[in-house]
Design a protein around this ligand. Sequence first.
Ligand code: NAD
Ligand code: TDX
Length: 338
Amino acid sequence: MSRTWLVTGGLGFIGSNFIRLVLKERADVRILNFDAMTYAGNPANLADVSSDPRYRFFKGDICDAKAVDEALAEPVETIVNFAAESHVDRSILDPEAFLRTDILGTHVLLEAVRRKNITRFLQVSTDEVYGHVPEGHSKETDPLAPRSPYSASKAGGDLQVLAYGSTYKSPVLITRGSNTYGPYQYPEKLIPLFVTNLLEDKPVPLYGDGLQVRDWIHVEDHARGILHILEHGHEMNVYNLGGGNPRTNLEITGLLLAQCGRAFDTHVRRVADRPGHDRRYSIDCGKAAALGWVPRRDFAAALNETVGWYRNNGQWWRPIKSGAFADYFKIQYAELLR
Ligand code: NAD
Ligand code: TDX
C-alpha cells in the first residue's frame, strides 16, 4: 500500500533535496509537491525526478485555503511544511511577505490538518528563533527571542503549530535546523553567493567584522534529520538539527577563497553590517541524537564537494544570477559595495 506525503515548498533548496531523498529511500511513499513557485522555487531543482510516477507537482500558495483543499482532495497521510520566505536580508527589505507565508500560510495548513484526516504535520523551522546566543547551546525548551522579521515570522509559525497541538490535539512536530549548505541553494545565501561570485571572479560582501558564528549542516544531513524526526519523533515535540560545525563567516570566507583560488585582498569587500545581525547561533542536538539521528557529513569534505557542484553546474546558477536575482543584488548590495 502506498501512502502520500504532501511536501510544501518542495521546489526550494532543502525541500527538493528532501523529496529526492524520500523518493530514493522510501519506495512506498508518493510525493505531492505543493509550491507557489516564488523566485526561490525552481523546477530545475527536481528535473531529475519530474517523470517519476511517485512524484507529482501542484502549483499553489499555502496561504490559499482553496488551493490547499484542492491538493488534499486525494488522501494525504502526512504534511511536511518547508514553504517559507527564507532569506533574512529580504525580510529586512520587505517583511510583509514573510508574515504572510511563514505565519498565515502555516495557519492555513494547520486548519487543513484539522479538517482532513492528516496523521502527521511536521513544521520545518530554524535555529534563528532562539535569537542571538552569546554562550552555550539553545535547547528546545529555551524561550524564543527572534530578532529579524524572518525569525520572528518563523517563531510565529512555530507557536501556532504548538498551539494547534495543545488546543485541537493536532498531530504536530517541529524541527529547528541550523545554517544549511549544499547543491541547489539559491545564490542569495552566504555560501552559494560567495562561491558563485568567486567563480565569476567578482568580489564578495562580508558583513561587519565577519566574526559572527553559524553552525553549518549539509543539506543531506538536514533532510535525513527531518525524515528521521518525521518517522520517529514524538507529537508536540521540537527537535534541534545542527551540523556541529560552528564557523565564523571569516573562516568560511577563507575556505571558499582557497577552494576557488582567489585572494582575500582582491576578492573580499568588508561592507556595513546587517541591521540587528545575530552574532552567534548554537543548538544542543542531544534530543534528536537520543532518537537516533546524528549528522554524518564531514564539513571540510562536504564543503569542498559543494564548491565542486557549483563549479560543475553553472547551467543551474548562471541563469538565476542573470535574471531577477540581478535586481535584488542591486537593491541589497549596490550601496554597500560602492
Ligand atoms: P527556499 O527559499 O530555498 O525555498 C522555499 C520554497 O518555498 C520555494 O520553493 C518557494 O517557491 C516556496 N514558497 C514560498 N512561499 C510559498 C507559499 N506562500 N506557498 C507555497 N510555496 C511557497 O528555502 P529553504 O532554504 O529550502 O528553506 C526551507 C525551509 O527550511 C524554510 O521553512 C526555512 O525557514 C527552513 N530553514 C532553512 C535553513 C537554511 O539554511 N536554508 C535553515 C534552517 C531552516
Ligand atoms: O552577503 C552576505 N554577507 C555576509 O556576511 C550574506 C548573504 C551573508 N553574510 C553573513 C550573514 C550571516 O552571519 O553570513 C551569515 C550567513 O548568512 P545567510 O546565508 O544569509 O544565513 P542566515 O542569515 O544565517 O540564515 C540562514 O540560516 C538559517 C538561512 O537563510 C535561514 O533560512 C535559516 O533559517
